[in-house]
Unconditional design. Structure first.
Lengths: 112, 112
């Protein structure tokens, strides 16, 4: 199960705006893509999809071993095919990609 | 260490825009607030601060046991004081709160 650790992983957060009717479809479609193309990719750690309570947004919290592993995955064969299918899923669900940013986990506070 | 699990926790994602010079100050200030006021609060699980690579954004990925636990914490005594101090930290760092949204973890994919 994904664990958040300080300065250990390269984190990518992607946000979509979606028609609430298709929020679950968007999650299913993108999840299938990750299971098919990225799950066993070297350096891929985890990808967690979050559904907003109002149905209008989806956030993917993705963890990679390093920035290099993440960028290499984009250069891998099949990238164009993956992107085309992603675009189709996003269009079909009336969704829009709002943000794609990368982060370093700076600080973790826990109730322990 | 924070773990992401499907449908188990109530997740709150807060995003700030910040002057890169003060990104670390913002993280330190808000982290201190959480350690002082929320760390031992009933239902608080974890709070992880993420620093964007370009220095311009900070994201807090916070996990609570339930939505109820999260809203109760806002009604707890000291709330006004906490909010005032938060505002002071945010202003001092030239930061702006962009988003505060709550999410359900819908799907987790892992490389296992």
């Amino acid at each position: 199960m994904p664990k958040i650790e300080e300065n250990q992983l390269f984190t990518v957060i992607i946000e979509w705006e979606v028609n609430p009717k298709y929020q679950q479809d968007l999650i299913n479609g993108l999840t299938n893509q990750i299971e098919t193309y990225f799950k066993d990719y070297d350096g891929f750690i985890s990808s967690s999809f979050h559904a907003s309570e109002d149905g209008k947004r989806v956030i993917n919290y993705a963890q990679w071993l390093s920035e290099e592993a993440w960028s290499n995955s984009f250069q891998a064969s099949g990238r164009d095919e993956v992107q085309t299918t992603n675009d189709e899923i996003i269009n079909r669900c009336g969704a829009k990609t709002l943000k794609l940013n990368s982060y370093r986990v700076a600080r973790v506070i826990e109730n322990i």
